[in-house]
Structures are given as C-alpha cells and as structure tokens.
Design a protein around this ligand. Sequence first.
Ligand code: FAQ
Length: 313
Amino acid sequence: MSDIILDKQFEDRIEAGEVIEPKDRMPEKYKKQLVRMISQHAHSEIVGMLPEGNWITRAPSLRRKMGLLAKVQDEAGHGLYLYSAAETLGVDRQELLEQLLYGNAKYSSIFNYPTLSWADVGVIGWLVDGAAIVNQTMLAKCSYGPYARANLRICKEENFHKKQGFEIVATLADGTPAQRKMVQDAVNRWWWPSLMMFGPPDDDSPNSPQLMRWKVKLKSNDELRQRFVDLTVPQAIAVNITLPDPELKLNEEAGHWEFGKIDWNEFFDVIKGKGHMNQERMNARRKAHEDGAWVREAALAYAGKQKSVAEIA
Ligand code: FAQ
C-alpha cells in the first residue's frame, strides 16, 4: 500500500480518537515531533531537579527536607518514564542525553532562573508544578499511548508537589513580615517566567498546528496559559499574595482573568541560552553525568556477569 493511503488511514485513526501504540504504523513526521517533544520534556524534568535540589541541605526543618527530597527524586523518576516513552519510538536514550549535555537540545526555559531564597522552593511547587499540571493533564489524553500514560502518572505526583509548594507559600504568607516579604519577592520573580512555560503565543508557535491536528496537543499554548492564570489568581487572593501584573483584571462576561503583556524577548533570549543560569545548569548536569560514569560501568559489568551466569546455567 502506498504511503499516501497509509498516511490517510493514520489520519482517520487520529480523527476517530484512537490511541497510537509503538508497533502501529505512523508517519515519520509524527514520530519526529513526538521524539522532539518527549525528549525536551524528559530533559526538563532532569534539569528541573537542580533549582530545588540546591535547597535540600538548607530546608528549614526535617519535615520540609523530607518533602523536598521526595519531590526532587520524583522529578528524576519523571525523566526516566519519559526517556522510556521516547525509546518506544526507536531512539536511543544515550543519544538523547548526549544531545542535552553536549549538543543543543532544549529543556524548559523556567529552569534557567535562580532559586534565591527558601520561598522560591514553595513558589516553584505552586507555580511551576501548577503550570506543568495544566499542560500535562492535557498531554495525558494525547494520541500517543506511552506518552499519555507517562503523563498520567506524572500528574498524580505533580499534584502532591503543587500542594506541598502551596503549603509553604501559605505558611510564609501568614508568617512574620520578613517571611511575607520573602515569599512576595519570590512570586514577583517567578510569575512571568511561569507564564512563559506554555511556549510562545499561538500565532508564533510553529509546531502547534501539526501537533493539534494529530491530537498530540489538545489545547493551544494560549488556551493553557489562560487556564493557568484563571486557576492561579484566586489561589493568590486566598493567601493574600499580589501577582506582579497591574493589568490583571477579571472579565466577568468571558469568565477569564485578563493579564498584561509577556516579555517574549526575555523568553527567546532564555531559550537561546542567554538566561541567568543556562551555563551553570548545563555544567552541573555534565559534571553529574561524568561523575556517575563509574555507576553505569558497574551496572553494565554486573548485568554482563548475570548474563554469563545465566548462560552457564
Ligand atoms: N522552554 O512551536 P512551539 C516541569 C520551544 S516539566 C523552552 O510552541 P511546542 C516539571 C519549542 O520547543 C516542563 N523551549 O513548541 C517540573 C520550539 O522549539 P523547537 C516541561 C520552549 O512544542 C516542575 C519553539 O520554542 N514540560 O516543569 C518552551 O508546540 C518543577 C517553538 O514553540 C514539557 O516539556 C519553553 N517553555 O510547544 C520539574 C511538556 N516553549 O523544538 C521540576 C511537553 C516552547 O521547534 C520542577 N511539551 N519552546 O526547536 C509541550 O507541551 C510543548 O513542547 C510546549 C511547547 C508547550 C513546551
């Protein structure tokens, strides 16, 4: 059967809402888009361990330290689910990691901002995990089975992350004047970058039209961004925190919070590598990878030994 007929059959399956599985026939471009997106997502989870990991030794109590340790470990797990999902498309995990460490693979812009105070840990859980949940709840229903299932599991854990973050924010917001000032300062720094996580505006998002046709994305970047704002503003009001946008206004008729202009020059600078922390994040990842070489070697040697024992037996 010709590729044109096979591609039409694929489009019909997507149209009918069927889930595509690894052994199904799929157009090369669908596969390529998925590998791009899933690998960027996996890299984001792994690089995303760094800003908060930075605070594990300085968490203010044993309870906070345990919560943060668990969260950072969860992010590592998310990276592994996602690399596994990418591998179902025939790519090699090692190759993807090399593109991150020594090539120019992208990861989320948000992780190129510094974590300056303990309040940043709370605000990341609230806003960054909150934004990730809005995006990933949609991806948990995407057309590619392994990616949808990975996102379903990730969302369950991210919900816990968001709750622990919001609890830190609420505690600080209800604390001493110094704690209130610290948490407000963190919100002021993380609000706009969190809105940028959803990607460029719809009319400047080259991948969206095709991804939406293939039901990889079920909602556009701007639709998700608006949903996040609508969910988050009432939460900020509930804990008496100000969001740093004088143009925030409830449009009662539309049922949406209108918000001010995002600085897209800042976003594009960050994804081009010119953010505050791009260099430091990549240096930390490379060092961790190189320092961990002996663990991979030992695991391979152990696996080889097990194999030869099995062969003798
Ligand atoms: N950062 O055409 P579009 C997390 C790039 S996980 C960097 O609109 P698309 C968990 C985009 O790749 C956060 N680059 O792209 C956590 C494309 O470049 P390319 C990560 C960005 O794919 C929490 C170009 O701009 N989540 O936070 C960004 O249709 C706390 C044009 O853009 C995912 O990856 C950005 N923000 O839509 C961990 C979810 N936005 O590849 C630790 C899966 C866009 O053509 C602590 N990904 N770009 O060279 C997605 O949903 C989509 O890929 C979007 C972008 C929405 C991110």
